[in-house]
Design a binder for this molecule. Structure first.
Ligand code: BES
Ligand code: ZN
Ligand code: ZN
Length: 468
């Protein structure tokens, strides 16, 4: 599907179906109000109505807020596809171009890689009509880059664990590096042993695949700031010997969504040619079970040197991140350090499945992220650390335990476990994003369809775009 920005006056698009947005108020004053009434269309949010005689698809929304525009366009695009339209046109303004493009690209996304006979999509061309193409061109192109990178992230998340194992993820990262002129360094089992990444290696030990630490870098000439991104890349999380129940294991190919987000973000930054240096660090590991599996009762020595008592092999993401965060901090002195991870089911209990949990020490940074995510149309919420919860990670036999000794506050205790591996000088530069709920869905919501959502890509792109 191609999206084209055109002047209102251009005749090329005139014959195609017109997609029009209506609130309750604008509907009553429309010249076709009677026809809509007859059709039972009341402009409720995310509802559509064809007026075939006028060649119009009407889309309802509560008000003209971009969150509502994005969402109703996502519904409209599915209707257009189902009705086999080949083209459509739609008026845009500078204020809503981004929301409309995201509605079209993200709402129209399909993942058909495993369908032997995927349905052919007839919808080929969408014309966005505006008063001044020149004025909108930059934001049009930028929005397409961000939306397509979000789909790139979704594609990787949706790929099966057998196809997207740690070496395959490393290969994909290498390809991205080549296409987008990024530096690329990949550490395998041998190099990771040299680096003393024993916690990370323990998690991957029962897998038939090598564990990989992937480091991509985008380095413009005079960067304003340096940013390190770290992603949890569990290409499959069976739980290990602390095996997940059968129903919880389904969807655990999504446990690499943090890694996929980080790859999507560096793709955006390099394609927008932002004036910042960005490093993406990915811990690509498969958590399996077998004769060589790491065990509850093991004590692991992390790269940092702290020992970790393992009491649950399903709390593996934090073990991987402990080593990758430590490696990232030793490799690059950055101004910001962000990690993305599908870390805890507890985050979903706390915030629901639509919201990314944000943790860290800097109120200022959390505030800036909150602003960026509101603007980008992603939901985030802060989960506060406290010293009482920190005590729950104490171990009687090692420096720290990989699970909390109490059943509450699991998203925060996981975040505080990571905090243990953040160097003093980086405390205020770091934020942890728990995307366990927001990264994957089995039922559509907002611009998301079944599968990976690309959580993190849009709000982090918005934040990075505004760095001064
Ligand atoms: N990958 C899971 C977290 C997760 C759960 C992500 C559901 C998405 C959906 C993580 O590795 C995990 O298993 N965490 C455990 C931690 C517990 C053992 C302390 C959890 O959340 O149950
Ligand atoms: Zn787990
Ligand atoms: Zn996991």
């Amino acid at each position: 599907m191609n999206i084209e920005l055109m002047n209102n006056s251009s005749s090329q698009s005139k014959e195609s179906l017109k997609v029009v947005l209506f609130t309750k108020e604008t509907l009553t004053s429309d010249k076709n109000a009677k026809l809509y009434k007859k059709a039972g269309f009341k402009a409720a949010q995310d509802t559509n109505c064809f007026l075939y005689e006028k060649n119009i698809l009407a889309c309802g929304l509560e008000d003209m807020h971009n969150d509502n525009v994005r969402s109703t366009i996502a519904t409209a695009i599915k209707t257009l596809k189902a009705a086999n339209y080949k083209t459509a046109n739609l008026n845009v303004q500078s204020s809503n171009t981004k929301a409309i493009i995201e509605g079209i690209i993200l709402g129209g996304y399909e993942f058909n890689a495993y369908k032997s006979k995927p349905k052919k999509v007839k919808l080929k061309e969408i014309y966005l009509l505006c008063d001044d193409v020149k004025e909108l061109k930059d934001s049009f192109e930028e929005s397409i880059i961000i939306a397509e990178a979000t789909c790139f992230t979704r594609d990787i998340v949706n790929t099966t664990p057998d196809d997207m194992n740690p070496p395959a993820l490393a290969k994909l990262a290498k390809k991205l590096a080549k296409e987008n002129k990024l530096e690329c360094d990949i550490l395998g089992n041998k190099e990771l042993k040299k680096e003393k990444c024993e916690a990370m290696l323990a998690v991957g030990r029962a897998s038939r695949h090598d564990t990989k630490l992937i480091h991509l870098a985008y380095k413009p000439a005079n960067p304003k700031k340096i940013i390190s991104l770290v992603g949890k890349g569990l290409t499959y999380d069976s739980g290990g010997l602390s095996l997940k129940p059968a129903t919880s294991m389904v969807t655990m190919k999504m446990d690499k969504a943090g890694a996929c987000a980080v790859l999507g973000i560096i793709k955006v930054v390099s394609e927008l040619k932002l004036d910042i240096e960005v490093h993406a660090f990915v811990g690509a590991v498969e958590n399996m079970l077998g004769g060589d599996a790491y065990k509850p009762d093991d004590v692991l020595k992390s790269r940092k040197g702290d020992t970790i008592e393992v009491r649950n092999t399903d709390a593996e993401g934090r073990l991987v991140l402990a080593d990758v965060l430590d490696y990232a901090q030793d490799t690059v002195q950055s101004d910001y350090l962000f990690d993305f991870a599908t870390l805890t089911g507890a985050c979903m209990v706390a915030l629901g499945q639509y919201t990314t949990g944000v943790m860290g020490h800097s109120n200022r940074l959390r505030h800036d992220i909150s602003k960026a995510s509101s603007k980008a149309g992603e939901l985030t919420a802060s989960l506060p650390f406290n010293k009482h919860l920190k005590k729950q990670l104490k171990s009687d036999i090692a420096d720290i335990c990989n699970i909390s000794n109490k059943p509450y506050g699991g998203a925060i205790t996981a975040g505080m476990f990571l905090d243990n591996f953040i160097k003093e000088e980086n405390k205020d530069k770091w934020l942890h994003f728990d995307i366990a709920g927001s990264a994957y869905t089995e039922s559509p919501w907002d611009v998301n369809v079944h599968g990976g959502t690309g959580a993190g890509v849009r709000f982090m792109s918005e934040f990075l775009k505004n760095i001064k």
